[in-house]
Design a protein around this ligand. Sequence first.
Ligand code: ZN
Length: 202
Amino acid sequence: MYSLKAILIAFAIGLSGVAAIMLFAAIMLFAAIMLFVGRRRTLRFSRTVDPSKCPRCAYDLRESKSRCPECGRPIDPQRAIRENEWICFDDRELWLHDTRQQRDLWRITWSDIQQIAIWKQDLFTTDMICLGFLLPLQQDYFSCNEEQVGWNPLQDKLAELFSIAQLSWFMQVAFPAFAENYTVLWQKPISTSPSNTQTTSS
Ligand SMILES: [Zn+2]
């Protein structure tokens, strides 16, 4: 004889079994995604960590122009350009400095920023995450990208100033690969009162 209680218990056990399987599947999927992302990030990091060395064999490329003399890998001129660009900031300003030309490509004041957006640029073999800063009366973003020096410290600064956490936008922008995934991360509130957190005297 089956009591209602016994049926309910059996049902609950069956249900928890399904839930456990689903939870397990979700954990495995998450682990796989994190592994994939971590690998991509690690590859990218190791590739950009020292621009003077060949990304494939670590041979010193400072004397070479077009190809690595050790393994024959072509030297990407765009990569060299990007890695000569440094994202710099202090408490007042943010600027992009070209170390080769010894000049600033752009320079903006934190408090002038109206909007911050992020998108991905398709580089055919890989893609590159770009951050853009929009100023009043400007049509185009002042942009920087993840291959430039200072990208990670910038993320910390954005978290501090605008509460933009890299974790919150990363999955949204990174997937699917090679899609632009343009996302506005921050928009200045419409209010006219300047809520300037900085202690600057102009
Ligand atoms: Zn090489």
